[in-house]
Design a protein around this ligand. Structure first.
Ligand SMILES: Nc1ncnc2c1ncn2[C@@H]1O[C@H](COP(=O)(O)OP(=O)(O)OP(=O)(O)O)[C@@H](O)[C@H]1O
Ligand SMILES: [Mg+2]
Length: 243
């Protein structure tokens, strides 16, 4: 299959025939999908269906066993380990279920860490804008232990956005939060996509979380088996039950 340059650059992330095996386990079994630029896509599937493996391969954290992954028009397989790391730092943001904040650092230090790692300066205005957007403008000197779970996840989101990444990957970012706090974080993710045109891929078990996305793709046994566009939580639950 050949893909024209126009098609390729229209998608923020594109997988072609991606397989990932761990010994005899086929965690991803031939995934081909194009994620549109500026889109919010949720990836759902039962435990063990390959969601985290998908996210790691699609984001360049891990290499597939076979197939290609492109971020914009860059084929990750063509990059050295060092250049792949740089591309991740420059163009991708991550949010995880366990917020992964550094306990000894305050909010400002945590949020600006990706910039320091990339050897870039923290622009004060942009920092203020990002922490303001997540509602932590008055918490810059607080350490993670001094924040609620929702505030910690909002700090993690600010950290993911500080580099102005093209694509944000989130793996169960609301899994550790109560429903109300989860809604707050999802609203922020939704606003981010709507306001900035960034692309968001969200892995989740939760039909309510997935319903915030423009479209939901379903993984089962390492393959994408369905897509729903703008589904309701009830429709997602019904499809989920039948997987
Ligand atoms: N590092 C690894 N070594 C061996 N097998 C692995 C490894 N990582 C994942 N697997 C296997 O690959 C399959 C997919 O795992 P993955 O973590 O992607 O599932 P998941 O959909 O994220 O599940 P969950 O919802 O429980 O997080 C599973 O069978 C898992 O046991
Ligand atoms: Mg997982």
């Amino acid at each position: 299959m050949t893909v024209s340059t126009a098609e390729r650059t229209a998608s923020a992330v594109r997988l072609e025939q991606v397989r990932k095996t761990y010994g005899k386990v086929r965690a991803l079994d031939g995934v081909s999908w194009a994620f549109p630029r500026g889109g919010f896509t949720a990836v759902m599937g039962p435990s063990g269906s390959g969601k985290s493996t998908f996210l790691q391969c699609a984001s360049g954290l891990d290499r597939p066993t076979e197939g290609t992954v492109r971020i914009g028009d860059v084929d990750l397989g063509s990059l050295s380990e060092a250049r792949r790391t740089r591309l991740r730092r420059d163009r991708i943001g991550f949010v995880f279920q366990a917020f992964n904040l550094i306990p000894s650092m305050d909010v400002e230090q945590n949020v600006t860490l990706p910039l320091r790692l990339a050897g870039r300066e923290a622009d004060r205005e942009w920092l203020a804008e990002v922490v303001g957007r997540v509602g932590l403008g008055d918490r810059l000197r607080h350490r993670p232990a001094e924040l609620s779970g929702g505030q910690q996840q909002r700090a993690a989101l600010a950290r993911a956005l500080i580099t102005r990444p093209e694509v944000v990957f989130a793996d169960e970012p609301t899994g550790a939060l109560d429903p109300r706090t989860a809604r707050e974080v999802l609203r922020l993710l939704r606003e981010t996509v709507d306001r900035t045109g960034q692309t968001l891929l969200l892995v989740t078990h939760d039909p309510v979380a997935a319903a915030w996305a423009d479209s939901v793709v379903f993984l089962s046994e390492g393959r994408i088996v369905d897509e729903m566009v703008a589904p309701s939580p009830a429709a997602i639950s019904a499809r989920w039950e039948s997987l």
